[in-house]
Design a protein around this ligand. Sequence first.
Ligand SMILES: O=C(O)CCC(=O)C(=O)O
Ligand SMILES: [Fe+2]
Length: 475
Amino acid sequence: MQLRLPLVNVERDVSGASLYEALQGVGFAYIVADETVYTEAFQSVLDAAREFFRQLTAADRSKLARGNWLAPNAGYVAVGVEALAPESGLSDPKEALNFVYGARVEPLEASLSHSLLSAKRAFDRVVLRRLVPLLVQRLGTALERHGCGPIATVFCRAHAFVDLAAGHTPEHRCACPDLSRCTRSEDTGARSAAPLMKVHEHSPDAGARCSLERGEMMRLSTCQEQIPAAPGGDRETRTQTSKGTVSPDLRVCMKQPALAGHTTIDRGCEIREISDSDSRNLALDCAMLPPGIARGERGPPEENKAPSVLATTLRLLHYPPVPLTQVPHATCGTSNERTSEIVLAGAHSDYGTFTLLYQDEVGGLQLKIGDHWVDIEHDPTRAPGLVFNAGDVLSIWTRGRISSTKHRVVARPEQTARNDATKLSGRPGGARYSAERFSVALFVHPLDETIVDELNARTAAQVLHERLQRTYRYE
Ligand SMILES: O=C(O)CCC(=O)C(=O)O
Ligand SMILES: [Fe+2]
């Protein structure tokens, strides 16, 4: 049996209703769009991943290893190091390359091929800066309509990538809305939700600026005042916090014509596209990251462990073919005969807010529905293969209305290997049970200081750190 995921056209779903509706079931949907740019961006990264893993040398492995970089989760992860289901006692037979967005990773990038880097740059432009904000906006709108207004506000704010890219450190980022009046959607107003994000004081001399040439812009504030452009100069948008404090360090300079009539944003959490065609040319001039992060060097270990401010991570994943010799007899044969599966990525739910996943043609993703593992339909002719799935944070924030369903990856027996294994013994590496598999996943996380666990007032960074500690215990 195969599970057909709902399809959501993210460009047409302006109100977010289709996405919200699609996620009501298992929290998984296929994202489609009129434009092919999004899947093309994923496909290019996947092609580059193929080349990267096939050419990887032992020297590259140690040079690029996770743990060597400023962002603790960035870098190369070898086969068997990660266990997505640590409770099973098994690690995953896969390798990965992690790019973390919250810290500069130039030295890591300097070791990578031109083709991989240019695929990643295009990916950042199209997926990170266009598709992800679009999805955040759609979800935020839907959450608000479904009575999760305060959550929606925080949700959008917590994913304000432009702020991050502009170099606003956690201390110098937009003030958050005063949530003390917020009530949970299911409540009648009797109980108020704890603020989900800390409010930071702004330092007037932080000087964080982001010059934005045409393009989409997310401006997140409770109140904004526009300052007319000086003749020939930039226009400024001054951000005012909910407490009425003007924050000069949070000025965002938007160059003409981006401002032309499109940027009046009158309440928190609104994300506007300045114009669709302009948004293709988004150009951020984001030079200012905190000094420790901006340096991006491989320093002594303590320095390397400087926390990132955004854990959002792009992962290139490679599942090498499973040799026939490693397959227990019971696993061979038709799916009816099979009594066990070869698990390539252990059962887990994703840790962040949501994930965008692009698999190659091999497939193998399964969802846990009740007590059963169910294959996801993987038919590129129906859906171009971009899976959206809710992570634990989204599930918590929607009080479980959207679930972060457990999933895993299993090896797909290769037709030829199953039918005639002996013919394949001449193949390099010997006869194999399954084809090698590649996938690309973007794990979208809230900004580090966002409170995701209200009960214990734990931040996104703390919660993620704990999950990663368990995941990487085979290191
Ligand atoms: O590789 C895949 O298709 C899925 C991997 C996954 O679920 C994960 O890494 O969280
Ligand atoms: Fe996952």
